[in-house]
Design a protein around this ligand. Structure first.
Ligand code: FAD
Ligand code: COA
Length: 396
């Protein structure tokens, strides 16, 4: 795939910020677990937040592939920074830009371009992979909806202002209408409370948390009505989510790229048996495999980012997004693990970046749709069959 001169220059700008500023902050962000507001300001100054927002709303109207190029460069140095770029350009913001009213789009664009990383609230304690079984309820009362329920593992809990909340919708007679999206701003919306921060294995600095909604009132102007209405709202919202899957796969690939760079430098400088360890063929073949897996991941992700789903969808193709995320996340875990091996004991030390990368990269076969669930999606489309996972098949 050949990048345009503009994309090459965007990539170079991102690499410069990543190497000059972001890299030196990564270990401290991991150690303190504090959200890096200084990095948010730097990303904002470079125009890397909300790049995909249309120009008429103050963004740059950039493509998902452009965003992917920046995410990759950030992830080489710092996973938290890369995830901020993902979530200000993909996922919730893409859904709002595609489905939102003019007022909603303006509100979201303003917040994101000012440094807010929106939160997307799908997962519940009882509804993870089986997201469509969510129990958070949005009940119509007069002209507004009232939300009650609980979400967990919400990225940005406690730092994000804008929240896109998926909920099961009921009309005034209590009849279920489907699944819809509801926008709420933390701080302004009473009834949205962060009730717990998850102690995570890695990705420290990006809070993961539980949100509780208690009679959270959503006025009509904050209801994100998907194009085909609530009945097929879930499918429309998941379609928008394909962009974030590509973004997440890219973070994994970028971490792997960073790990390979470290491993190469170490293989050339560390000496044992009187020669650089890179002279041993056992390590040379490991490095060659790491590079091969990385190149394949990169090509799949770029292709997925550059694709469109069926029927004029503005989002990446679900199938390509799933394939790229599975391949890149699984390859990245192996690449980072091998890089750590090449560092020997030092790979296991908190004084070197490999152990942080190994903790961070482990997440990407889980969050955003597990590698197993994504295989179900691919198989279903490959066979042309619906593959309901419930015991009673279609009868849910
Ligand atoms: P489960 O669904 O309980 O799955 C457990 C295991 O069973 C997995 O291995 C799974 O693959 C397997 N499994 C389940 N069903 C099947 C099946 N039918 N076939 C084969 N295997 C199956 N969610 C949000 O809504 N917003 C966020 O911002 C967000 N951020 C996250 C950030 C992090 C760091 C993490 C770790 C998670 C985040 N999540 C978020 C939640 C994430 O999307 C879920 O963890 C994921 O969808 C899986 O759900 P679960 O953890 O409940 O696992
Ligand atoms: N892109 C586009 N459409 C999608 C989609 C995607 N990624 N995932 C599901 N859909 C559509 C399906 O095609 C289906 O539409 P159809 O009725 O026209 O066939 C509809 O949404 C329902 O999907 P289906 O797979 O039939 O539903 P299910 O009840 O078996 O639910 C999912 C399975 C979608 C919940 C599961 O595959 C999944 O993605 N789980 C992970 C959730 C996740 O990613 N959470 C991340 C939170 S950050």
């Amino acid at each position: 795939m050949r990048l345009t001169p503009d994309q090459v220059s965007l990539q170079a700008r991102a690499a410069t910020l990543s190497e000059r500023l972001v890299r030196q902050r990564a270990a401290e962000i991991d150690r303190t677990g504090e959200y890096p507001w200084d990095i948010v300001e730097a990303l904002k100054a470079e125009g890397f937040l909300g790049m995909t927002i249309p120009k008429e709303l103050g963004g740059q109207g950039r493509s998902f592939l452009d965003a992917v190029l920046v995410i990759e460069q950030m992830a080489r140095s710092c996973t938290v920074t890369a995830r901020i770029v993902v979530e200000t350009n993909m996922g919730a913001i893409s859904a709002i830009m595609a489905y939102g009213t003019e007022k909603q789009r303006r509100l979201a664009a303003e917040l994101v371009l000012d440094g807010d990383k929106p939160a997307i609230c799908i997962t519940e304690p009882g509804a993870g992979s089986d997201a469509a079984s969510m129990t958070t309820r949005a009940e119509k009362r007069g002209d507004r909806y009232v939300l009650n329920g609980r979400k967990h593992w919400i990225t940005g809990a406690g730092v994000s202002c804008l929240h896109l909340i998926f909920a099961r919708v009921f009309d005034e007679r209590g009849e279920e209408l489907g699944i819809g999206g509801f926008l709420a701003i933390r701080g302004e919306a009473e009834g949205l409370v962060v009730t717990r921060r998850e102690p995570t294995m890695g990705l420290c600095g990006m809070p993961e948390g539980e949100l509780t909604f208690t009679d959270l009132e959503i006025p009509p102007e904050m209801v994100l009505l998907p194009p085909s209405g609530f009945r097929r709202g879930f499918a429309d919202l998941m379609n928008a989510y394909n962009s974030q899957r590509v973004g997440a796969g890219t973070v994994a690939m970028g971490i792997a790229a960073g790990a390979l760079e470290h491993a190469l430098a170490w293989a050339k400088s560390r000496e044992q048996f009187g020669r650089p360890i890179g002279e041993f063929q056992g390590l040379q073949w490991m490095l060659a495999d790491m590079q091969t897996q990385l190149t394949a991941s990169r090509l799949m992700l770029y292709a997925a980012a550059d694709s469109h789903g069926p029927n004029g969808s503005p989002f990446p193709d679900p199938n390509l997004a799933a394939q790229a995320k599975i391949f890149a996340s699984e390859a990245a875990i192996k690449i980072v693990n091998d890089a750590l091996q090449i560092f020997g004991a030092r790979g296991y030390s908190r004084g070197f970046p490999l152990e942080r990368m190994a903790r961070d990269v482990r997440m990407f076969t889980i969050g955003g749709g597990t590698a197993q669930i994504l295989r179900n999606l691919i198989a279903s489309r490959l066979l042309g069959w619906k593959l309901p996972q419930t015991r009673d098949g279609y009868l849910r």
